[in-house]
Design a protein around this ligand. Sequence first.
Ligand code: NAD
Length: 358
Amino acid sequence: MGENTILITGGCGFIGTNLVEAALQDGYTVGNLDKLTYAGRLDPPHSPRCFSPYVFRQGDICDIPLVKGFLENLKPSAVVHLAAETHVDRSIDAPEKFVQNNILGTHALLRAVLQYWRQLPEEERYAFRFLHVSTDEVFGSLGPEGFFQESTPYAPRSPYAASKASSDHMVRAYGHTYGLPVIVSNCSNNYGPFQYPEKLIPLAINRAIRGQTIPVYGDGQNIRDWIYVEDHCRALLSILRKGRTGETYLVGGNSEKSNLEVIRSICSILDELHPRADRRGYIQQLTFVQDRPGHDRRYAVNATKIMLELGWKPRVRFNEGIRRTVEWYLSQQRWVEEMLSGKYGLERLGIPKNGVIP
Ligand code: NAD
């Protein structure tokens, strides 16, 4: 087993692409297993500056023999599990996919990993980690006060959140029942480079510069705790190195913003970096649209445990991170076009069609 070798699932998605890069920079040998759904792309940010070995395998976490074969060849000392369907609006339109990939997929992965882990020598079994990357959405919706913490009871309210909650429980069950050394992290909303343009921030940037309306769900007062993706990746690598088996770590950016505040920031950065031809502000493209069914009002994370135990804290402030993100999308329009390429046209998803939710 390579002490410094890890398997990342979903390494071609938004966080995965950033994490593969960060892990390679940290000197890990990385195996990346990804099905390459609409959200995944085999991009080469996986830096030529890195000399650490990197192996990509296209495949589905539901395919136990394929996963086992990859594990046996790679011989990782840890698995970092990110592969999932991740868009809440798509989970409203097609919840079955979320059950299949997030619940059954995580379970199939656990079976394959358990078989691999069991045949390791004792010392390597002890050192092994299965890090399950989850979301703060499993805790449901907060009122104006308070924060999620590790002890907050689960109360998922969207099919996406419920599928992640279910996978969290299954991962912990494998820890308790079979002794697999598991850790769960629940992180708040990420933003930054390589996020699929269906999500709030890249959707707003890309619709704005195409002269389209910038949709804001409901009254725009839904609050999320935004974290720059690089900070999340550093947190995951800290957990991998120093996290305690069987524990849960909440990760957050300590940066609560309403959706309306986020959109206003994007518009003012675009006004400066990419002014409209008529010189009028992008804010005039903002349009309030029908709210998401079951839209959670507020998420906020108390990340004290990871800060005190592992010495991690977010470094990138929202103002800086959002500017970097806008700059990245402005300079990467080819990537955006290739990601969309007939699969998605920046349109609204997750609303009842003809009054009926499919
Ligand atoms: P993403 O949608 O950008 O990427 C998901 C990746 O998983 C894609 O590359 C896709 O091809 C791959 N994938 C999907 N199903 C697969 C399967 N069955 N087998 C193999 N690969 C498969 O997602 P993301 O935003 O990068 O999120 C990654 C993980 O982090 C998810 O588990 C998500 O729940 C969690 N998370 C995300 C956020 C966030 O704000 N984005 C916050 C907290 C936790």
